[in-house]
Design a binder for this molecule. Sequence first.
Ligand SMILES: Nc1ncnc2c1ncn2[C@@H]1O[C@H](COP(=O)(O)OP(=O)(O)OP(=O)(O)O)[C@@H](O)[C@H]1O
Ligand SMILES: [Mg+2]
Length: 527
Amino acid sequence: MYLGERQKVMEQGIILEARNITKVYPGGVVANHNVNLEIQKGEIHALVGENGAGKSTLMKMLFGMLKPTEGQIFVDGKEVHFTSSSDAIAAGLGMVHQHFMQVPSMTVADNLILGAETGAFFKVDRKKAVQITKELSEKYNLKVDAQKKVEDISLAMRQKLEILKALYRGANILILDEPTAVLTPQETEELFEQLKLLRENGHTIIFISHKLNEVKALCNRMTILRDGKTMGTYDVSELSEQEISRLMVGRDVSLDIEKDDAAFGKTVFSVKDLNYVDHFGKTRLDHVSFSIKQGQILGIAGIDGNGQSELVEAIVGTLKPQGGKVTMNGKDLTNLSVLKRQEAGISHVSEDRLKYGTAPKLSLEDNMISKVYYTKRLKTGGLIDSKKVTAFTKGILDEFLVKYDNTKQSVSELSGGNVQKLVVGREYDYDPELLIMNQPTRGIDVGAIEFIRKRIVEMRQKQKAILLVSADLSEVLSLSDTILVMHEGRIVGYIEDVKNTSENELGLYMLGVKEDARERIEGAYCE
Ligand SMILES: Nc1ncnc2c1ncn2[C@@H]1O[C@H](COP(=O)(O)OP(=O)(O)OP(=O)(O)O)[C@@H](O)[C@H]1O
Ligand SMILES: [Mg+2]
């Protein structure tokens, strides 16, 4: 280390630095171009930028998962050459990924110690693992159920587990890639308290988020990436949200929704008395009934895990409820397959885009035409016409501002937000009668949120029925004509006068503190 460098570390306390980093992926995509990033010890540093700007790529290099094409990385002023994430962990880094890396069939405690124990003779001591988990969970105030299987815990708890895993491995620099994308407002607040506590204890945190209000509320400084290049590092107090998004996107962004007064047509879709008890005997859907009319956006609010996912699955046909009826345009869909329901006019943007929304290993083209009803449009003389497929794929990807290299590349090569834009584009293009949007803008940058919300309003204008499920209350409030709130599988709130409700009031329903009378809620269903 040069003397000058040592001085810099001492004066500014720079714990982690990326210097002139460039990353070119094998296909030729330049994801980072000459990026400089300095992280001060003990700060929460935000990394923001549009989908595909290169945030995850940069973090993966700092964490040893990818090798920079050019440039240097310094930890505590010393240059490092990580060849794997184990090297990064040994240097005190920890990372919570955009997509969790856990074994769902194992317990929380086993996941915590998995891979961290050293020595070939180590046999997993279950009791000890539970003990360690409990102690660590106490110490950092990150509450988890040590003995539960990961597949049975909430996303919020899975995230706490990821943070604990990193801390258990000795991390003093934590990288969190979009940690709040899967959390409710209440869970986000809780996480922020925990992160602030970690900061007080001397940990350094890099925080990636598309939610600029969160960045303002939590972080000390931020670095903005655009098209793989830095647009500078700032104190968060220096810039307004509007100024940040302008630096990210290169234009002004407005999330204020403009929509005409509602003009509902006839009832298109109904569910009546949906009941579902899962294999643990827990009631997930409890007499859920409602209807949606043409030109109506029906929003469903609720804390994750209160039956929203089961409701959507029961409608699209991937889950079979024990009781109830699903009707579309007077036709009974209850016993029809997923495909038949799609053909009846149901289109669905899934909350878990990598598990259900796409086949990640297949190409963009294959994913675009994966729905059978497209293939007719893309045939020439009975055979699939590859030129048509390419043109069709390009058309949608370009319209929906997906950042991609070519249509033959695999979905797994797209950045998280761009996968979501692809799915929305595909479902939108299908021109359905009922469009189900489950967390449509989760993990998407502000420019793309603006774009997708406008498309949803456009669908409403075209007299489509829309079911919007979202953990983002401001989204539910700004888009919906009518809101239903779910709590423990039941509809507990029916709000027709959306203009006169608030996030706070929705929160009371969501927590089970407030509940409308049965007769009122029954009004959500009509023949
Ligand atoms: N494995 C890969 N192979 C080829 N290109 C890739 C690969 N992973 C990412 N890219 C490309 O690199 C660019 C940056 O992607 P990255 O995932 O770093 O973006 P991001 O800023 O994290 O976006 P998001 O907000 O959507 O998560 C994108 O153009 C993406 O398509
Ligand atoms: Mg990313």
